[in-house]
Design a protein around this ligand. Structure first.
Ligand SMILES: [Zn+2]
Length: 218
């Protein structure tokens, strides 16, 4: 069984994938992790990758697909994969379908995490964290009232820091790209009848329960 966990940035794809990895021992495939692992491997491809990334260029779909094909064909993880953040566009979805077919596999379900964009913008643009203990807060949903809100008692003089790309215009741009390039994938898979909608506005645990129920029905 292979699954795609799908949804806009900030919908909780990574969080939900991690739960599934722990609970039902699936392999979480994210392209970021694949690239980092390959870079460490010292392979011929790692050298190429380092040059591309050092030059600030985007890694091509061909290279990404090569890394994904390695996993799809790997007896340790094949047919037990959660795709997290991939595919991002229709071309990648078609390439993935082709690779899976080649190794006698398919996607069993697309778990579609549905969240209101206004909430997403606040989730992402409100992210702040303690400069000392790194505890994450949210300006809108979980504001730190006093320094002792941190788990670490040595944080009295801490600053709250915000990543520069976690601002409202960056988030809106990411959602726009998602709408234009990633969302059409849903229609592609809806025509195959494998899209499963999940209300991702619920608590993390409730969302996990909805996903578990879907998977146990597959
Ligand atoms: Zn702290």
């Amino acid at each position: 069984m292979n699954i795609i966990i799908f949804g806009p940035p900030g919908a909780g794809k990574g969080t939900q994938s991690s739960f599934l990895v722990n609970k039902i021992k699936m392999f979480q495939l994210s392209t970021g992790d694949l690239l980092r692992a390959e870079l460490k491997s010292g392979s011929e491809l790692a050298k190429q990758l380092k040059e591309i990334m050092d030059a600030g260029k985007l890694v091509s779909d061909d290279i990404i697909n090569e890394l994904i094909e390695k996993k799809i064909s790997d007896p340790q993880v094949k047919n037990n994969i959660i795709f997290d953040g991939f595919p991002r566009n229709l071309e990648q979805a078609n390439a993935l379908d082709g690779m899976l077919k080649k190794y006698d596999q398919k996607i069993s379900a697309i778990i579609n995490l549905k969240v209101d964009y206004s909430i997403l913008v606040k989730r992402i643009s409100g992210r702040i964290s303690c400069s000392i203990c790194k505890k994450p807060f949210n300006e809108f949903f979980d504001p730190p009232i006093e320094a002792k809100n941190c788990e670490n008692n040595n944080c009295e003089s801490r600053e709250l820091i915000k990543r520069s790309d976690d601002n409202e215009s960056t988030v809106s741009n990411r959602l726009k790209t998602y709408d234009e390039q990633t969302l059409p994938i849903l229609d592609h898979y809806r025509s195959k009848g494998i899209v499963k909608d999940v209300d991702a506005m619920q608590s993390i645990n409730d969302v996990t329960s909805q996903i578990e129920a879907i998977i146990s029905d597959l």
